[in-house]
Write a protein that binds this ligand. Structure first.
Ligand code: HEM
Length: 408
């Protein structure tokens, strides 16, 4: 197992709300320069846009293969034993190529275009169930169920099992907590076991009759004459769920938070101009997706970032801070869907590990917003809502556990 670097050791926040959108911290870190050393966690931390981009993309100097990581998500009982075709997120080019290509074959623009009606149907069904003028918790009604439903539908999992799926994903994403490490590890290992036991017969059945879903695509996929075994397909499925469910829920709930509390005229603007929805999706990802960070390990001594980095040093690249760099984005601390370059945000990473699910995540939020402005004319916050008790630790930082609102 890799050693987990706790976020708390890098930066202690006094409250969940402060961590939910730590703009003041980013501001001070961005002012202090491209990169700084944090003694407590023994990590270098990069904040400025150019530095973050370099750390993520220059794999000759910054490797994804180190022994320490900020990511506490488990994909197998022992990550180190994980198959090289599946563990490509933690491998540098060229070794990541085979695994990435195998999975990428299921995420082509063609597949996404084919899947659009299915995803739209899920969004439409969930949004139709929201009652006009009544207080609704949008996390329970939409942000939580939608990505799990989409992923299990696209994977080809029978609908009645979505709840089981969501439960496993929630456990796998329990955040790193030093004081409960053993309990959480046991829970995760149990969830991994249950998931494997559940999925194996599903794959065997699909091999007999291939369908239009990701598991069937993974059965068909071939790179350099190699195909995936049942076991590798299960691991790959697990990796997709791990990467794609909680992140997308977080994107959806924080986007609603922005519609309510950052710019309360935006909803009317989108109702009048649904053509602005694409740019809104990008700005939400830039402005509202926080604590997005990835670690790399220095491969050879260098001073590319203006400081002496030694082989083995860990560098954490803070994408959410880079998204607030005023040398890249004009008035970065404002939500502005009309800024020219909002698509340049680094929320999906950069370089050889750029998020394979980015088009899917973007599409989910787009379809939600489209269906929302079609059905409703107004969105309103609930006066008694308090942020602090409605947040919880998650792999993405602080996630909303509920967000009541009224749509009419
Ligand atoms: C990689 C973010 C949704 C699948 C990444 C990386 C980031 C990221 C930052 C790069 C990791 C690195 O550089 O080490 C996000 C965000 C999402 C999202 C913010 C939602 C808002 C999804 C979805 C899927 C997905 C929906 C799949 C269905 C993947 C995979 C990788 C990845 C497979 C690994 C790519 C590689 O290593 O080559 N994601 N992701 N992601 N993401 Fe996403």
């Amino acid at each position: 197992m890799k050693e987990i670097i706790s976020l708390q050791d890098i930066k202690h926040f006094d409250s969940r709300s402060e961590q939910f959108q730590p703009l003041e911290w980013y501001k001070s870190m961005l002012e202090s320069g491209s990169i700084s050393y944090n003694e407590n966690s023994d990590t270098w931390n990069a904040f400025k846009y150019d530095a973050v981009k370099t750390v993520l993309s220059d794999y000759e100097h910054f490797s994804s293969e180190g022994d320490r990581t900020t990511i506490s998500v488990k994909f197998s009982e022992d990550d180190k034993q994980m198959n090289s075709k599946v563990n490509f997120l933690k491998m540098d080019p060229p070794h990541n190529r085979k695994g990435r290509s195998l999975l990428a074959s299921a995420f082509t623009p063609r597949s996404l275009e084919n899947w659009k009606p299915r995803i739209n149907q899920i969004a439409e069904n969930l949004i139709t169930q929201i009652e006009k003028g009544k207080t609704e918790d949008i996390v329970a009604a939409l942000a939580n169920p939608m990505p799990a439903m989409v992923m299990s539908d696209l994977l080809g999992i029978p609908k009645p099992d979505v709840i089981k799926f969501k439960k496993w994903v929630d456990i796998l994403f329990l955040p790193y907590d030093k004081s409960k490490k053993d309990v959480i590890d046991n829970q995760k290992n149990q969830a991994i076991k249950e998931f494997f036991t559940y999925l194996q017969p599903v794959i065997i059945e699909k091999r007999q009759q291939l369908q239009d879903d990701i598991i069937s695509d993974l059965i068909r996929a071939e790179v350099d004459g190699e195909r995936l075994t049942d076991f590798e397909i299960i691991e790959m499925t697990m990796a997709i769920l791990g990467a794609g469910v909680e992140t997308t829920s977080h994107m959806i709930s924080t986007s609603f938070y922005a519609l309510l509390y950052d710019d309360n005229e935006l909803f009317s603007e989108l109702k009048a101009h649904p053509e602005y929805i694409d740019r809104t999706v990008e700005e939400m990802l830039r402005y509202r997706f926080h604590m997005s960070r990835r670690d790399r390990t220095v491969k050879k001594d260098n001073n590319i970032l203006g400081v002496e980095l030694k082989k083995g040093d860990v560098v954490v690249a803070w994408m959410s801070a880079a998204n607030m760099d005023e040398e890249m984005f004009e008035e970065p601390f404002q939500l502005n869907i009309h800024r020219k370059n909002n698509k340049k945000h680094l929320t999906f990473g950069n370089g050889p590990h750029f998020c394979l699910g980015a088009p899917l995540a973007r599409l989910e939020l787009k379809l939600i917003l489209e269906n929302l402005v079609k059905r409703f004319s107004k969105i309103e916050p609930i006066e008694s809502f308090e942020l602090e008790p409605n947040l919880t630790d998650s792999a993405t930082g602080q996630t909303l556990t509920s967000l009541p609102l009224k749509l009419s």
